[in-house]
Design a protein. Sequence first.
Length: 183
Amino acid sequence: MDFLKGVAFLILTLIAGFVIFAVLDFRLAILFVFLWIDKTIISAFGAVRYFGVELTTVLSVILAMLYGPWFAFFFLLVLIPILHGLKYLFLPLPQPEWPLFVPSPYNVVDALGALVAGFLTPFSFLIKVFITAVAKDVFFAFAEKFMISKPVDILSAVTSVVFNMLAGYPFGIFVLALIQGIA
């Protein structure tokens, strides 16, 4: 499949997902769009990820705030592997070692971040983002060390927390305002 055709098919998945989730809950459709951007476009650039650039942490906090910890956990546990699988299916990227459409340890960590965020109800949004980012870094370190047998990446962990505080938090405020303005 050539690149442009792959991109066209990938965009169709964005449109189809948006329509499906909009029928269920428009707020969920908005969150889907940003998760789609993160897991198909941003994550296609591995070097960007190394510097902590990602939207999933703040989106998982919002998802948990709106729908609760367990819904957020299972939603991300199912959706993220699907989005990653579609990315590798339609874009000319080196294939991952993990099977497509099967939750990897990293996908489980994203879902666990949403679960943690869901139990931080009494805290402010800023504190929820910070604690979730740190918790995910701890979970990632555990996954890399004991499940994937990779060395723990301290620099990426630090940049992830810094990115989420400096850019993710304001982005999350924007998404919350967008959701509240529409819903």
